[in-house]
Every structure is written in C-alpha cells, then in structure tokens.
Design a protein around this ligand. Structure first.
Ligand code: IMP
Length: 426
C-alpha cells in the first residue's frame, strides 16, 4: 500500500510500535504527525532494546527515512537525547531523520506552566506527562508566543522571540507560582542554540518532501501516537492529550491528504489501560487489574507510572475504530490474558438505567457509566509460541471473534508476544 496508517483505538499504549515495526520493512518513509515526547515505545533491534519517545519507530531501519511532521511538538533536547542514546548503542541514525521546519518547539516555559496548571487543578488534574505538550500546543493555536523549528534554527529570530516571550511568560508564571523559578532568557537562548546547531542539518520542509515522495511512488507509513480516545476533539475531554491522536490528525499533522491513505490499521489491546486521570468504566481497581498490570508490564514507558487496567471496553474501542475510520484491527497482548478461568468484555454501558452502545460525548456521562459485561471463557495454555489462528485454544479464538464482532472491524493480526515472530496473521 502506498500509504498506510497505524492508529491506537483506545487510551494509548496499545503496542502500536510492534505493528509499525512489522510494516516498516515494506515502507520507505515512516511519519510521526502529532504529539511529542509524551509518547513512548520500546524497540528491539539487533538484540538491544531502545526506548523511544519522539523519534518514529522506523528510525532504526537503515532503508527508511523517518519524518517528524508539522503537527508534532518538538523538544530539541529530547530529539538529541534519543539520537545520542541510539548512537551509544552503535546506531547513528541522525542522517535518516527529517524534522519539519513547521513543527512547534517546546521551550522551558511550557514545562513550568504545565507544572503550575496541573497543580492548580488539584484532584481534577489531567495527569499529564509533564513534557510541556499541552502548553506548547496552546501557544501554537494562540499564535502570539509560539516558536517553530524554522525559527529555532535561525539564531537571530530565535533570540528575539525568546526575549519577548520570556518577559510575558514570567509575569504569568509569577502569578501562578510566586515562589517559582525565574527564567533567564540568555541561558535559554544559549542552551537551545547549541541544540539548534546539531539539529539544523535535519530540518526541512517535510510537507513537500512527503508529497513528492508519493508522486514518486514511495511508500509511506503514518505512525499514530497516543490513542483515539485521547484525541482533543473526539476523546474524553478534558482528560485527553492536546492533539488529534485519532485518525483525524493525519492530514492536518502531516499535510498529506487523507485520500492518499489507502489502508488504516487500528491497534487494540486485548484489555484496556489508561494512564492519568479521567473516567474508565471497565477499570479493575482490584487484584485482577493488578494481575493484568504485572502480566502486561503495564507501567508507562515515559513516566514509569503504573497504568490503570481493566477489561476490554468494546464500546470505547468501537467508537475509536469508527472515528479513526480504520479498515481492520490488530489485537495486541492477547497472551497477557492467559491463565484466567473467565474473562469479560464490556459490550455496553448502563448510564442511569439507559443501556447504550454509543460512547458518550460528556465525561460526566462516561463517569456515570456502569459496564455491561459479557462473560467469556478463559484459557490456561501459554499461547506465546502460536503463529496460526487455528492453533489457539478454542476460547482464545472465541475471544478474538467476539472482539471482532463487538468492535465491528475485521481482525488483521493478533500479537501474542513482543517479538516479530510472535504474530498470528489472519
Ligand atoms: P499530555 O499528552 O502529556 O498532555 O497528557 C494528557 C493525557 O494523555 C494524560 O492522561 C497522559 O497520561 C495521556 N498520555 C499522553 N501520552 C500518552 C501515551 O503515549 N500513552 C498513554 N497515555 C498518554
């Protein structure tokens, strides 16, 4: 397929990285088009494990160009830290990375403001990753105090913008937190100028590059970060990230028209997890949730926070699949559910006595939703070595078929372990 996308259909951490990795072989360019270093994925390459956050998963493949498109918010220090980490492992990937000059830059005030704002929300805190993502997107939309990568690599433009913005932001920061840090514009300019010197060779107009690549028959793979339910417009607002993390963000974030995407694959974890605040109807705040957390190693790649775990929420996932418009789904981490006598799938919500399969638009309604659970038999066998659907225990096959029916999309593959080989293609 000339252009394919991989989108998370839940609240992020669906193991999209593995699916992207499986598809990368056949593609020439991998594109990140939204989010920033709030995302996290673990990539195994040549026997070593690398943790990536901002860099596209394809970065380790020598035949692939990795693109950070305009819709991403870029912390230049995070880019360099990840590239340096790869180089230390023997993988010098900087020549394969392109960063859009239109992407926006995360600056120190974004992190300071986010910390102060989250603190001021008290119990209603969003539980953000504290990477300055939301505050950077806010300044982008607000336009007055925004810096793009194209400004960052222009020393004079960058210095004058920083001086002006620091004066303004310090007033806000002092009122939010009178005992807080005082920023030093000169130190910020020097610090970012050093990073800019290193990233300058990677900066380009990625939009033209991608459109030309399509004209020239190259194959593009769009790698979604976070998940559809964290989408700022369509997700569980305000407990969302600040970008369009559903399929809706591909065009706006990359500049590549939607009609060019010939195939969209949605990644679904065999259960559900969530990090940070916000309603989660099928959450298991009990021993079963803890068992899934341990079996699935459900701890944040970026922040290390334990993820909240629950039964597969098919209402939420179906909604994610519909708004993202995926053609098929990949079910990940099915092996984590081995060893349970019985399993449950949330097939509807009971909201104040009204049973519905529609995902509510108001967070308050989602918070009031009680899960209507379908009981399905579990399986005891270790399935991590199975590569054919017919070899799965009958109840695991039933589970996959139930997910297919409830989510309403064909299943393209099932992952039963982190390795590429641990994949059942349907
Ligand atoms: P932010 O993206 O740092 O602003 O955080 C907003 C919300 O999105 C918080 O609940 C985060 O935990 C969540 N979030 C952000 N990135 C990810 C991710 O990659 N996986 C799962 N949750 C995420």
């Amino acid at each position: 397929m000339p252009a394919t996308s991989v989108i998370g259909l839940q609240w992020g951490d669906e193991a999209k990285g593995k699916v992207v990795d499986l598809l990368t072989e056949k593609h020439d360019i991998v594109v990140r088009y939204q989010g920033g270093n709030n995302a996290g994925h673990t990539v195994k390459f040549d026997g070593k494990t690398y943790k990536l956050s901002l860099l596209p998963t394809g970065i380790l493949q020598s035949h692939v160009k990795s693109v950070i498109a305009p819709g991403v918010v870029v912390n230049p220090h995070a880019v360099l830290k990840e590239l340096d980490g790869l180089a230390a492992g023997g993988q010098d990937c900087s020549g394969r990375l392109m960063i859009s000059d239109r992407a926006h830059v995360i600056c120190p005030w974004h992190l300071l403001e986010e910390a102060a704002l989250e603190k001021s929300r008290g119990a209603a805190a969003i539980g953000t990753t504290m990477r300055g993502i939301g505050t950077c997107y806010r300044d982008k939309v607000g336009r007055s105090h925004a810096i793009r990568v194209g400004d960052l690599i222009n020393r004079d433009a960058f210095a004058s913008k920083v001086c002006e913005i620091v004066r303004f932001k310090q007033i806000i920061l002092n009122s939010l937190n009178p005992d807080g840090e005082q920023m030093n514009a000169d130190a910020i300019i020097a610090d970012y100028a050093a990073a800019a010197d290193r990233i300058r060779p990677m900066v380009a107009d990625s939009t033209n590059y991608l459109l030309d690549a399509l004209d020239n028959g190259k194959w593009l793979l769009f790698e979604g970060a976070q998940g559809s339910l964290l989408d700022v417009d369509h997700g569980t607002f305000p407990y969302v990230t600040s970008s369009n993390s559903s399929g809706c963000g591909i065009h706006s974030g990359s500049g590549v028209p939607e009609r060019e995407i010939k195939k969209m694959i949605g990644v679904v974890k065999a259960y559900t997890t969530r990090v940070g605040g916000g309603p989660f109807p099928s959450e298991l705040d009990n021993e079963i949730g803890q068992r899934i957390r341990i079996a699935g190693n459900e701890f944040g790649t970026v922040t290390g926070r334990p993820r909240r775990c629950g039964w597969l929420d098919a209402v939420a996932t179906r909604y994610g699949a519909r708004i993202s418009g995926v053609d098929s789904i990949a079910i990940a981490l099915l092996d984590v559910l081995s060893g349970f006598d019985e399993l449950f799938i949330c097939e509807a919500y009971d909201i104040d006595g009204r049973v519905t399969r529609d995902f509510p638009s108001r967070c308050e309604d989602l918070a009031a939703a009680k899960p209507v659970l379908r009981r399905v038999p579990g399986w005891q066998e270790d399935i991590t070595g199975i590569t054919k659907f017919a070899d799965l225990p009958a109840s695991a096959q039933q589970y996959v078929n139930d997910v297919k029916k409830l989510v309403g999309k064909p299943v393209e593959l099932v992952s039963v372990g982190p390795d590429r080989s641990q994949t059942i293609r349907m």
